[in-house]
Design a protein around this ligand. Sequence first.
Ligand SMILES: [Zn+2]
Length: 420
Amino acid sequence: MELTKEIQKFLLNDALERFLRYVKIWTTSDESAESVPSTKVQLDLGKVLVEELKELNLDNIVLDEYGFVYAYLPPSKGFENVQSFGLLAHIDTSPAVSGKDVKPVIHRNYDGKNIKFAQDKDLILTFEDSPNLEEYIGLDIITSEGDTLLGADDKAGIAEIMAACNAWRKFDKLKHGPIYICFTPDEEIGLGIDKVDKNKIPEICYTVDGGEMGEMEFECFDAWLAQFKFKGLSVHPGHAKNKMINAIQIASRYFSELPESEAPESTEEREGYFHLAKMQGGAEEATARMIIRDFILKNNQRRMDYIKSLKQTYEIRYPGLKIEIDFKYQYQNMVKYIEKKPIVVDLVKQAMEKVGLEVKTHPIRGGTDGARLSVAGIPTPNIFTGGQLFHSRKEYIPTLALQKSAEVLLYLAHLWTQQK
Ligand SMILES: [Zn+2]
Protein backbone atom coordinates (compact mmCIF):
# COMPACT_ATOMS: atom_id res chain seq x y z
CA MET A 1 0.00 0.00 0.00
CA GLU A 2 1.20 3.50 -0.84
CA LEU A 3 -0.47 6.73 0.18
CA THR A 4 -1.23 8.81 -2.88
CA LYS A 5 -0.80 12.59 -3.12
CA GLU A 6 -4.58 12.84 -2.98
CA ILE A 7 -4.72 11.04 0.38
CA GLN A 8 -1.82 13.04 1.78
CA LYS A 9 -3.49 16.30 0.82
CA PHE A 10 -6.76 15.09 2.25
CA LEU A 11 -5.07 14.29 5.59
CA LEU A 12 -3.36 17.67 5.78
CA ASN A 13 -6.50 19.66 5.05
CA ASP A 14 -8.70 17.60 7.30
CA ALA A 15 -6.34 17.50 10.30
CA LEU A 16 -5.49 21.20 9.97
CA GLU A 17 -9.12 22.28 9.82
CA ARG A 18 -9.95 20.19 12.90
CA PHE A 19 -6.87 21.30 14.80
CA LEU A 20 -7.68 25.00 14.32
CA ARG A 21 -11.21 24.30 15.56
CA TYR A 22 -10.17 22.28 18.64
CA VAL A 23 -7.50 24.65 19.96
CA LYS A 24 -10.06 27.44 20.22
CA ILE A 25 -12.10 25.37 22.69
CA TRP A 26 -10.90 25.96 26.24
CA THR A 27 -10.06 22.65 27.99
CA THR A 28 -7.49 23.50 30.69
CA SER A 29 -7.48 20.95 33.52
CA ASP A 30 -7.18 21.90 37.20
CA GLU A 31 -4.71 20.28 39.61
CA SER A 32 -6.63 21.35 42.69
CA ALA A 33 -9.81 19.51 41.69
CA GLU A 34 -10.41 15.97 42.87
CA SER A 35 -13.18 14.90 40.52
CA VAL A 36 -12.84 13.81 36.90
CA PRO A 37 -13.15 15.76 34.71
CA SER A 38 -11.37 18.36 36.81
CA THR A 39 -12.98 21.12 34.74
CA LYS A 40 -16.40 21.10 33.07
CA VAL A 41 -15.03 22.92 30.01
CA GLN A 42 -13.36 19.68 28.89
CA LEU A 43 -16.87 18.37 28.15
CA ASP A 44 -17.33 21.15 25.58
CA LEU A 45 -14.69 19.62 23.35
CA GLY A 46 -16.00 16.14 24.20
CA LYS A 47 -19.42 17.09 22.81
CA VAL A 48 -17.91 18.50 19.61
CA LEU A 49 -15.94 15.28 19.13
CA VAL A 50 -19.06 13.17 19.60
CA GLU A 51 -20.82 15.11 16.83
CA GLU A 52 -17.81 14.80 14.52
CA LEU A 53 -17.49 11.06 15.18
CA LYS A 54 -21.17 10.71 14.26
CA GLU A 55 -20.48 12.54 10.99
CA LEU A 56 -17.68 10.06 10.35
CA ASN A 57 -20.21 7.31 10.95
CA LEU A 58 -18.27 5.49 13.67
CA ASP A 59 -20.08 3.09 16.02
CA ASN A 60 -20.65 2.94 19.79
CA ILE A 61 -19.97 6.65 20.29
CA VAL A 62 -20.12 7.62 23.98
CA LEU A 63 -19.28 10.68 26.07
CA ASP A 64 -19.32 9.38 29.64
CA GLU A 65 -19.73 11.14 32.98
CA TYR A 66 -15.95 11.46 33.42
CA GLY A 67 -15.51 13.17 30.08
CA PHE A 68 -14.11 10.19 28.16
CA VAL A 69 -15.11 9.94 24.50
CA TYR A 70 -15.17 6.42 23.06
CA ALA A 71 -15.88 5.25 19.52
CA TYR A 72 -15.38 2.16 17.39
CA LEU A 73 -14.36 1.87 13.75
CA PRO A 74 -15.42 -1.53 12.44
CA PRO A 75 -12.90 -3.42 10.28
CA SER A 76 -12.83 -3.37 6.49
CA LYS A 77 -14.73 -6.28 4.94
CA GLY A 78 -12.66 -9.43 5.17
CA PHE A 79 -10.39 -8.03 7.90
CA GLU A 80 -12.54 -9.00 10.87
CA ASN A 81 -9.83 -11.26 12.33
CA VAL A 82 -7.06 -8.68 12.30
CA GLN A 83 -5.62 -7.68 15.70
CA SER A 84 -7.54 -4.68 17.03
CA PHE A 85 -5.83 -1.66 18.54
CA GLY A 86 -6.82 1.57 20.24
CA LEU A 87 -5.80 5.17 19.51
CA LEU A 88 -5.78 7.58 22.45
CA ALA A 89 -5.27 11.32 22.79
CA HIS A 90 -6.10 13.70 25.62
CA ILE A 91 -8.65 16.48 25.64
CA ASP A 92 -7.22 18.69 28.38
CA THR A 93 -4.35 21.18 28.17
CA SER A 94 -1.79 21.88 30.87
CA PRO A 95 -2.79 24.20 33.72
CA ALA A 96 0.80 25.56 33.69
CA VAL A 97 -0.14 28.16 31.05
CA SER A 98 -3.48 29.72 30.11
CA GLY A 99 -5.34 27.82 27.40
CA LYS A 100 -8.33 30.16 27.22
CA ASP A 101 -9.17 32.09 24.05
CA VAL A 102 -6.35 30.54 22.05
CA LYS A 103 -5.97 32.32 18.71
CA PRO A 104 -3.92 30.12 16.39
CA VAL A 105 -1.69 31.89 13.88
CA ILE A 106 -0.29 30.21 10.76
CA HIS A 107 3.14 31.52 9.78
CA ARG A 108 3.20 30.59 6.08
CA ASN A 109 6.39 29.43 4.42
CA TYR A 110 8.55 29.96 7.51
CA ASP A 111 11.66 31.97 6.57
CA GLY A 112 13.99 30.93 9.40
CA LYS A 113 13.84 34.21 11.30
CA ASN A 114 12.78 34.53 14.93
CA ILE A 115 9.01 34.14 15.26
CA LYS A 116 7.23 37.05 16.94
CA PHE A 117 3.95 37.03 18.82
CA ALA A 118 1.17 39.62 18.43
CA GLN A 119 0.09 39.65 22.09
CA ASP A 120 3.56 39.79 23.66
CA LYS A 121 6.15 41.94 21.96
CA ASP A 122 8.97 40.62 24.16
CA LEU A 123 8.35 36.99 23.38
CA ILE A 124 10.32 35.41 20.53
CA LEU A 125 10.67 31.86 19.34
CA THR A 126 14.22 31.06 18.22
CA PHE A 127 16.37 28.09 17.14
CA GLU A 128 17.83 28.21 20.63
CA ASP A 129 14.41 27.51 22.11
CA SER A 130 13.85 24.68 19.69
CA PRO A 131 16.71 23.42 17.50
CA ASN A 132 14.23 21.47 15.35
CA LEU A 133 12.76 24.76 14.13
CA GLU A 134 15.63 25.06 11.67
CA GLU A 135 14.48 21.88 9.93
CA TYR A 136 11.06 23.43 9.38
CA ILE A 137 12.17 26.36 7.19
CA GLY A 138 9.81 26.55 4.24
CA LEU A 139 6.95 24.87 6.10
CA ASP A 140 3.84 26.47 7.59
CA ILE A 141 4.16 26.81 11.37
CA ILE A 142 1.28 27.31 13.80
CA THR A 143 1.71 29.21 17.08
CA SER A 144 -0.61 31.03 19.47
CA GLU A 145 -0.55 34.83 19.69
CA GLY A 146 1.81 34.51 22.65
CA ASP A 147 -0.71 35.10 25.43
CA THR A 148 -1.66 31.41 25.77
CA LEU A 149 -0.24 28.00 24.99
CA LEU A 150 -1.23 26.61 21.60
CA GLY A 151 -2.71 23.29 22.70
CA ALA A 152 -0.98 21.04 20.15
CA ASP A 153 -0.53 18.98 23.30
CA ASP A 154 -2.74 17.18 22.66
CA LYS A 155 -5.30 18.59 20.26
CA ALA A 156 -2.88 17.80 17.43
CA GLY A 157 -3.16 14.15 18.52
CA ILE A 158 -6.95 14.32 18.44
CA ALA A 159 -6.98 16.02 15.02
CA GLU A 160 -4.55 13.45 13.59
CA ILE A 161 -6.63 10.51 14.82
CA MET A 162 -9.84 12.09 13.50
CA ALA A 163 -8.26 12.77 10.10
CA ALA A 164 -7.09 9.16 9.92
CA CYS A 165 -10.63 7.97 10.75
CA ASN A 166 -12.02 10.21 8.03
CA ALA A 167 -9.53 8.76 5.53
CA TRP A 168 -10.36 5.17 6.51
CA ARG A 169 -14.02 5.97 5.91
CA LYS A 170 -13.51 7.75 2.62
CA PHE A 171 -10.83 5.71 0.84
CA ASP A 172 -11.84 2.12 0.42
CA LYS A 173 -8.31 0.99 -0.44
CA LEU A 174 -7.13 1.83 3.11
CA LYS A 175 -7.72 -1.55 4.74
CA HIS A 176 -7.75 -1.92 8.50
CA GLY A 177 -8.83 -4.17 11.33
CA PRO A 178 -11.06 -3.12 14.24
CA ILE A 179 -9.94 0.25 15.67
CA TYR A 180 -11.01 1.76 18.99
CA ILE A 181 -10.86 5.50 19.61
CA CYS A 182 -10.59 6.99 23.09
CA PHE A 183 -10.18 10.67 23.97
CA THR A 184 -9.31 11.11 27.63
CA PRO A 185 -9.70 13.94 30.17
CA ASP A 186 -7.19 15.18 32.75
CA GLU A 187 -4.00 13.60 31.40
CA GLU A 188 -1.98 16.65 32.36
CA ILE A 189 -2.85 16.27 36.03
CA GLY A 190 -2.44 12.48 36.00
CA LEU A 191 -6.01 11.78 37.08
CA GLY A 192 -7.93 10.83 33.99
CA ILE A 193 -6.72 7.39 33.10
CA ASP A 194 -7.86 5.83 36.40
CA LYS A 195 -11.41 6.24 35.17
CA VAL A 196 -10.93 4.65 31.76
CA ASP A 197 -13.40 1.88 30.98
CA LYS A 198 -11.07 -0.99 30.07
CA ASN A 199 -13.97 -2.81 28.41
CA LYS A 200 -14.07 -0.07 25.79
CA ILE A 201 -10.41 -0.30 24.76
CA PRO A 202 -8.56 -3.31 23.32
CA GLU A 203 -5.44 -5.09 24.59
CA ILE A 204 -3.05 -2.99 22.49
CA CYS A 205 -3.17 0.82 22.37
CA TYR A 206 -1.20 3.82 21.16
CA THR A 207 -1.26 7.32 22.58
CA VAL A 208 -0.74 10.09 20.01
CA ASP A 209 0.77 12.63 22.37
CA GLY A 210 4.50 12.91 21.58
CA GLY A 211 6.73 15.69 20.29
CA GLU A 212 8.76 16.10 17.13
CA MET A 213 8.06 14.26 13.87
CA GLY A 214 9.45 10.73 13.93
CA GLU A 215 9.48 10.45 17.70
CA MET A 216 8.25 7.36 19.47
CA GLU A 217 8.37 6.64 23.19
CA PHE A 218 7.94 3.44 25.11
CA GLU A 219 10.06 4.10 28.17
CA CYS A 220 9.32 6.45 31.04
CA PHE A 221 10.48 7.19 34.57
CA ASP A 222 10.15 4.86 37.52
CA ALA A 223 8.61 7.38 39.89
CA TRP A 224 8.39 7.70 43.66
CA LEU A 225 7.07 10.31 46.05
CA ALA A 226 8.66 10.75 49.50
CA GLN A 227 6.80 12.71 52.15
CA PHE A 228 8.73 13.79 55.23
CA LYS A 229 7.74 14.90 58.70
CA PHE A 230 10.46 16.30 60.99
CA LYS A 231 9.27 16.45 64.60
CA GLY A 232 11.33 18.84 66.75
CA LEU A 233 10.75 20.82 69.90
CA SER A 234 9.92 24.51 70.02
CA VAL A 235 11.32 26.54 72.93
CA HIS A 236 11.56 30.32 73.44
CA PRO A 237 14.71 31.19 71.44
CA GLY A 238 16.06 33.25 74.33
CA HIS A 239 16.12 30.17 76.55
CA ALA A 240 16.70 27.49 73.96
CA LYS A 241 20.21 26.26 74.76
CA ASN A 242 20.36 22.45 74.84
CA LYS A 243 16.57 22.34 74.60
CA MET A 244 15.31 23.47 71.22
CA ILE A 245 15.18 20.98 68.35
CA ASN A 246 14.54 23.23 65.37
CA ALA A 247 12.71 20.99 62.92
CA ILE A 248 12.84 23.23 59.87
CA GLN A 249 16.48 24.18 60.42
CA ILE A 250 17.46 20.54 60.70
CA ALA A 251 15.31 19.64 57.68
CA SER A 252 17.15 22.14 55.50
CA ARG A 253 20.48 20.70 56.68
CA TYR A 254 19.21 17.19 55.97
CA PHE A 255 18.21 17.99 52.38
CA SER A 256 21.47 19.78 51.70
CA GLU A 257 23.17 16.38 52.16
CA LEU A 258 21.69 15.15 48.89
CA PRO A 259 24.14 15.16 45.98
CA GLU A 260 23.86 18.25 43.80
CA SER A 261 24.73 16.12 40.81
CA GLU A 262 21.44 14.27 41.30
CA ALA A 263 19.12 17.28 41.10
CA PRO A 264 16.82 17.88 38.10
CA GLU A 265 18.87 20.92 37.10
CA SER A 266 22.01 18.78 36.77
CA THR A 267 20.52 15.78 34.99
CA GLU A 268 19.28 14.87 31.52
CA GLU A 269 18.63 11.91 29.22
CA ARG A 270 18.88 8.74 31.30
CA GLU A 271 20.06 10.30 34.56
CA GLY A 272 17.78 10.16 37.59
CA TYR A 273 17.29 12.64 40.41
CA PHE A 274 16.01 13.71 43.82
CA HIS A 275 13.79 16.77 43.58
CA LEU A 276 12.81 18.62 46.74
CA ALA A 277 9.50 20.10 45.61
CA LYS A 278 8.26 21.70 48.82
CA MET A 279 9.31 22.31 52.42
CA GLN A 280 7.41 24.18 55.11
CA GLY A 281 7.02 24.41 58.87
CA GLY A 282 8.77 25.81 61.93
CA ALA A 283 10.80 24.74 64.93
CA GLU A 284 8.19 22.33 66.25
CA GLU A 285 7.45 20.52 63.02
CA ALA A 286 8.47 20.67 59.37
CA THR A 287 7.12 18.78 56.38
CA ALA A 288 8.61 18.24 52.96
CA ARG A 289 7.71 16.64 49.69
CA MET A 290 10.24 15.10 47.36
CA ILE A 291 9.96 13.27 44.07
CA ILE A 292 12.50 10.62 43.10
CA ARG A 293 12.97 9.64 39.48
CA ASP A 294 15.04 7.22 37.42
CA PHE A 295 14.61 4.82 34.53
CA ILE A 296 15.90 1.97 36.66
CA LEU A 297 14.04 0.88 39.78
CA LYS A 298 17.27 -0.22 41.47
CA ASN A 299 18.71 3.28 41.24
CA ASN A 300 15.62 4.69 42.92
CA GLN A 301 15.87 2.07 45.64
CA ARG A 302 19.44 3.21 46.26
CA ARG A 303 18.18 6.81 46.59
CA MET A 304 15.52 5.73 49.07
CA ASP A 305 18.07 3.74 51.06
CA TYR A 306 20.26 6.81 51.23
CA ILE A 307 17.37 8.93 52.54
CA LYS A 308 16.61 6.27 55.17
CA SER A 309 20.23 6.06 56.32
CA LEU A 310 20.35 9.86 56.63
CA LYS A 311 17.28 9.66 58.84
CA GLN A 312 19.13 7.36 61.26
CA THR A 313 22.19 9.58 61.27
CA TYR A 314 20.14 12.68 61.98
CA GLU A 315 18.11 11.08 64.74
CA ILE A 316 21.41 10.17 66.45
CA ARG A 317 22.93 13.59 65.79
CA TYR A 318 19.89 15.43 67.24
CA PRO A 319 18.55 13.45 70.23
CA GLY A 320 14.79 13.87 70.50
CA LEU A 321 14.33 14.53 66.78
CA LYS A 322 11.94 12.18 64.98
CA ILE A 323 11.84 11.87 61.20
CA GLU A 324 8.96 10.07 59.50
CA ILE A 325 9.27 9.19 55.83
CA ASP A 326 6.46 7.84 53.73
CA PHE A 327 7.31 6.50 50.26
CA LYS A 328 4.64 6.17 47.60
CA TYR A 329 5.12 4.42 44.26
CA GLN A 330 3.69 6.83 41.68
CA TYR A 331 4.25 5.00 38.42
CA GLN A 332 6.56 2.45 36.84
CA ASN A 333 8.73 2.48 33.75
CA MET A 334 6.51 0.92 31.08
CA VAL A 335 9.38 -0.52 29.04
CA LYS A 336 9.38 -3.99 30.55
CA TYR A 337 5.64 -4.36 29.89
CA ILE A 338 5.94 -3.18 26.30
CA GLU A 339 8.96 -5.38 25.57
CA LYS A 340 6.78 -8.42 26.18
CA LYS A 341 5.08 -7.61 22.86
CA PRO A 342 7.81 -6.13 20.65
CA ILE A 343 5.57 -6.19 17.57
CA VAL A 344 3.58 -3.28 19.05
CA VAL A 345 6.63 -1.02 18.78
CA ASP A 346 8.16 -2.61 15.67
CA LEU A 347 5.12 -1.82 13.55
CA VAL A 348 5.23 1.86 14.53
CA LYS A 349 8.87 1.99 13.47
CA GLN A 350 8.00 0.36 10.15
CA ALA A 351 5.09 2.77 9.66
CA MET A 352 7.34 5.77 10.28
CA GLU A 353 9.89 4.47 7.81
CA LYS A 354 7.14 4.10 5.21
CA VAL A 355 6.23 7.74 5.78
CA GLY A 356 9.89 8.62 5.22
CA LEU A 357 10.69 9.73 8.76
CA GLU A 358 13.78 9.01 10.76
CA VAL A 359 12.63 7.13 13.86
CA LYS A 360 13.71 8.74 17.14
CA THR A 361 13.10 6.85 20.34
CA HIS A 362 13.58 8.86 23.50
CA PRO A 363 12.95 7.86 27.08
CA ILE A 364 10.24 10.13 28.52
CA ARG A 365 11.48 12.11 31.51
CA GLY A 366 8.01 11.94 32.99
CA GLY A 367 5.01 9.64 32.89
CA THR A 368 2.16 9.16 30.45
CA ASP A 369 -1.30 7.68 30.41
CA GLY A 370 0.30 5.02 28.22
CA ALA A 371 2.62 4.04 31.05
CA ARG A 372 -0.31 3.43 33.36
CA LEU A 373 -2.10 1.35 30.73
CA SER A 374 1.07 -0.61 29.92
CA VAL A 375 1.54 -1.59 33.54
CA ALA A 376 -2.12 -2.66 33.60
CA GLY A 377 -1.33 -5.12 30.78
CA ILE A 378 -2.24 -2.95 27.76
CA PRO A 379 1.05 -2.11 26.02
CA THR A 380 0.73 1.54 24.93
CA PRO A 381 3.68 3.29 23.26
CA ASN A 382 3.47 6.97 22.42
CA ILE A 383 3.51 8.29 18.84
CA PHE A 384 4.50 11.85 17.89
CA THR A 385 2.03 14.65 17.21
CA GLY A 386 4.69 16.98 15.80
CA GLY A 387 4.08 19.68 18.42
CA GLN A 388 7.04 21.28 20.19
CA LEU A 389 7.68 23.26 23.39
CA PHE A 390 4.61 21.90 25.13
CA HIS A 391 3.20 23.76 28.17
CA SER A 392 4.65 27.02 26.91
CA ARG A 393 3.44 30.18 25.23
CA LYS A 394 6.03 29.38 22.55
CA GLU A 395 4.41 26.04 21.74
CA TYR A 396 4.25 25.41 17.99
CA ILE A 397 3.62 22.76 15.35
CA PRO A 398 4.45 22.57 11.65
CA THR A 399 1.27 21.80 9.72
CA LEU A 400 3.14 19.04 7.88
CA ALA A 401 3.34 17.12 11.16
CA LEU A 402 -0.45 16.91 11.32
CA GLN A 403 -0.37 15.10 7.98
CA LYS A 404 2.66 12.92 8.79
CA SER A 405 1.28 11.68 12.08
CA ALA A 406 -2.03 10.76 10.41
CA GLU A 407 -0.05 8.97 7.67
CA VAL A 408 1.76 6.94 10.33
CA LEU A 409 -1.61 5.85 11.73
CA LEU A 410 -2.82 4.72 8.30
CA TYR A 411 0.34 2.70 7.65
CA LEU A 412 0.23 1.27 11.15
CA ALA A 413 -3.30 -0.04 10.59
CA HIS A 414 -2.23 -1.44 7.23
CA LEU A 415 0.78 -3.20 8.78
CA TRP A 416 -1.43 -4.80 11.42
CA THR A 417 -3.55 -6.28 8.60
CA GLN A 418 -0.39 -8.03 7.32
CA GLN A 419 0.27 -9.85 10.60
CA LYS A 420 -0.76 -13.47 11.02
ZN1 LIG B 1 0.14 15.59 26.26
